[in-house]
Design a protein around this ligand. Structure first.
Ligand code: ADP
Ligand code: MG
Length: 442
C-alpha cells in the first residue's frame, strides 16, 4: 500500500509545494516510487517538477471533477521514480463546483484507489493555501499529514484552524488520518528569530517536529524556475542535503498510531515581533530582485523576553466581539484613512491596533514577479506590499490573487499575512483573508 501523505497548511508560501517536490524527489533518489498530486490551481508543484503547461492534458481537475481515471493524468518527470498529477488554473473553479457535487469530500480518495496499491510507495498531496474542499479532499484521501511551518513570527497562525479541521475530518470522514510530522522551513541561521521559532514550535509539538530543519536558501528558491527538484538542480546544495535528511526521517517514521492530540491554545505568534520598529525609510523596504537575500539583513534581532514569547497575542478570531480585535473589512470598504500609526503601534486617535483584517472575496489571480521586503530588525521575507495612493497589493510569488486597494487608501507600506481561505456555509465562494499591517505614513 502507498503511504498517502497530505502536505497542508492553509497559509500560502510556507513551503508546501517545495516540500512536496523536494521530498518526493529525495525519496525517489532512494528508490521509493513517488507520485506527487498537485492540488493547487497555481500549479507550483507541477512547474517545480518541470511539467510544462502544454503537457498538462488530463489534470487533477478532470480526475476530481469529471472522474477521469487517475492513470490518464499521471505524467512521469525527468526524475526516475517520480511521477506527477499536474494541475492547472481550471482547478480554481473546482472549489466552488465541488460544493454541489455528490460525495464531494471523498472524490480524490476514490480517484486514487487504483494507484493506492502496488504502484507507489508514497503519494504526496500538495494542498492549496486554503481550507476549502480541495484540502478536505486531500485530508480525506490521506492517512498522514505533514505540515510545513515557516520560521517566522506568525508561524502558527491558522494552524489551530487547520488542526480543528483535521479533527473534524477524523471524526466524520477519515478516522485513519494522523499528523505524522511538522517540518520547519525557511530557517535562517543568521537570525535569532528562526532559532526561537523552532524552539517554540518544538515546545508545542515535541517529537512531531522533524529533526532536520530546512534552511532558507537561494538555490531552493531558484529551482522551480528551472523546473527541477533541488536534488537535480543543485544536488550538493544545503537545501538538497536537508531534503534528503527529511526523506530519511519520513521513510523511517511510521504513521502514528494514536489520533492527534487536540491543541486548543495555539498562539498565532510564537515569538513576539518588535512592538516599536524604527520607522523605515522608503528605500529600506524593497530588496532589489537581483540582490542576494543576505543584503539588508539586520545584525540585531529584536530582543524578546523568554517569558513573553507565549500568549503574547491571543489567537484573535476575526468575528470575535472583542473590541480590540482587528476590524473585518470587505473589499468594497476603503481602508481607513490616515493618520496612520507607526508600524505596530496603536492608532493614537482611535486606539485601534494598526492592523486591519481584510476579507477579499473576488479577486482575479494575476502573476507578478516576487518581491522581497526588508525591514530593520526583521527577516527579509515574502511580503504583500501596498504602495502609495490607489495602489495594488502585490502578493509576492503571485500565487495569491492580486487585490486593488480602494481609492483613497494611503498606507505607505504594509505587509500582510495570509490567514487563508474560509469556506462559506451557504455555498458561496470561499473568502480569502489577509491580516494587513499598516505602516506609518506621512
Ligand atoms: P507554498 O506551497 O506553501 O505556497 P512554496 O513551496 O511555493 O510555498 O514556497 C513559496 C516560495 O518560497 C517559492 O517561491 C519557493 O521557491 C520559495 N521557497 C520555499 N522554500 C524555500 C527555502 N527553503 N528557501 C528559499 N526559498 C524557498
Ligand atoms: Mg504551493
Amino acid at each position: 500500500m502507498a503511504r498517502i501523505v497530505a502536505i497542508a497548511n492553509q497559509k500560502g508560501g510556507v513551503g508546501k509545494s517545495t516540500t512536496a517536490v523536494s521530498l518526493g524527489a529525495a525519496l525517489a533518489e532512494l528508490g521509493y516510487r513517488i507520485l506527487v498530486v498537485d492540488l493547487d490551481p497555481q500549479g507550483n508543484a507541477s512547474t517545480g517538477m518541470g511539467i510544462r503547461h502544454e503537457a498538462r492534458g488530463v489534470t487533477v481537475y478532470d480526475v476530481v471533477l469529471s472522474e477521469a481515471p487517475v492513470e490518464s493524468a499521471i505524467i512521469p518527470t525527468s526524475v526516475k521514480y517520480l511521477d506527477a498529477v499536474p494541475s492547472t488554473i481550471d482547478l480554481a473553479g473546482a472549489e466552488i463546483e465541488l460544493v454541489s457535487q455528490f460525495s464531494r469530500e471523498t472524490r480524490l480518495k476514490k480517484a486514487l484507489a487504483p494507484v493506492g496499491e502496488g504502484r507507489y510507495d508514497f503519494i504526496f498531496l500538495d494542498c492549496p493555501p486554503s481550507l476549502g474542499l480541495l484540502t478536505i479532499n486531500a485530508l480525506t484521501a490521506a492517512e498522514e499529514l505533514v505540515v510545513p511551518i515557516q520560521c517566522e513570527y506568525y508561524a502558527l497562525e491558522g494552524l489551530g484552524q487547520l488542526l480543528r479541521n483535521v479533527n473534524l475530518v477524523q471524526q466524520n470522514i477519515n478516522p485513519e488520518l494522523r499528523l505524522t510530522g511538522i517540518v520547519m522551513t525557511m530557517f535562517d541561521p543568521r537570525t535569532k528569530l528562526s532559532e526561537q521559532v523552532v524552539q517554540e514550535v518544538r515546545r508545542f509539538f515535541g517529537e512531531v517536529v522533524y529533526d532536520v530543519v530546512i534552511p532558507r536558501t537561494v538555490r531552493l528558491s531558484e529551482a522551480p524556475g528551472f523546473g527541477q527538484p533541488i536534488t537535480v538542480y543543485d544536488p550538493r546544495s544545503k537545501g538538497a542535503e536537508c531534503y534528503r535528511e527529511l526523506a530519511q526521517e519520513v521513510a523511517a517514521r511510521p504513521r502514528p498510531e494514536s489520533p492527534m492530540p487536540v491543541f486548543d491554545d495555539l498562539p498565532s505568534v510564537v515569538v513576539q515581533p518588535p512592538s516599536t520598529g524604527p520607522a523605515g525609510s522608503p528605500d529600506d523596504e524593497l530588496l532589489p530582485p537581483d540582490e542576494p537575500i543576505a543584503a539588508g539583513l539586520p545584525d540585531a534581532e529584536p530582543e524578546t523576553e523568554p517569558d513573553a514569547q507565549l500568549d503574547v497575542e491571543p489567537d484573535v478570531e476575526p468575528d470575535g466581539a472583542d473590541a480590540s480585535a482587528p476590524q473585518v473589512r470587505t473589499a468594497s470598504d476603503p481602508l481607513p484613512a490616515p493618520p496612520a500609526p507607526a508600524f505596530g503601534e496603536p492608532d493614537r486617535q482611535s486606539g485601534e491596533p494598526s492592523e486591519v483584517e481584510w476579507t477579499e472575496a473576488t479577486a482575479e489571480p494575476r502573476v507578478r514577479p516576487p518581491r522581497e521586503v526588508v525591514q530593520p530588525g526583521r527577516l527579509p521575507e515574502r511580503r504583500v506590499v501596498v504602495i502609495g495612493e490607489n495602489a495594488e497589493i502585490d502578493i509576492e510569488a503571485a500565487r495569491e490573487p492580486l487585490v486593488q486597494v480602494p481609492q483613497g487608501a494611503r498606507p505607505s507600506v504594509a505587509h500582510a499575512s495570509d490567514i487563508g481561505e474560509t469556506l462559506q456555509d451557504d455555498g458561496e465562494a470561499p473568502k480569502r483573508r489577509w491580516r494587513l499591517f499598516r505602516k506609518g505614513g506621512q
